[in-house]
Write a protein that binds this ligand. Structure first.
Ligand SMILES: [Zn+2]
Length: 88
């Protein structure tokens, strides 16, 4: 037996893939950096939809900008109503 000290602790402590396998358990392969899945389960570089996926956009009613705009309008209306109440 060699006296080479094994240091696989940090490797084994890495984030593991949680994809469900056909036998029912989790995949447990090392997940890709910054992702929750391994290279075989959708964690590979370039896989997955791009951020702010325009291909999946239907009408844009729930885009961040549209929601922020509606919220701003509602706040403005609230202020106007408050002002009207104070003028009575
Ligand atoms: Zn996996």
């Amino acid at each position: 037996m060699s006296d080479h000290a094994r240091n696989s602790g940090p490797m084994l402590a890495s984030q593991r893939c949680g994809a469900k396998t056909r036998s029912g358990g989790a995949c447990c392969s090392p997940a890709m950096r910054g992702r929750k899945r391994c290279r075989m389960h959708g964690g590979a570089q370039g896989s997955g939809a791009p951020k702010a996926n325009r291909n999946a956009r239907t009408h844009g009613l729930f885009t961040r900008d549209a929601i922020a705009e509606r919220r701003q309008i509602q706040a403005l209306l609230g202020e106007a109503r408050k002002l009207l109440e104070e003028m009575k």
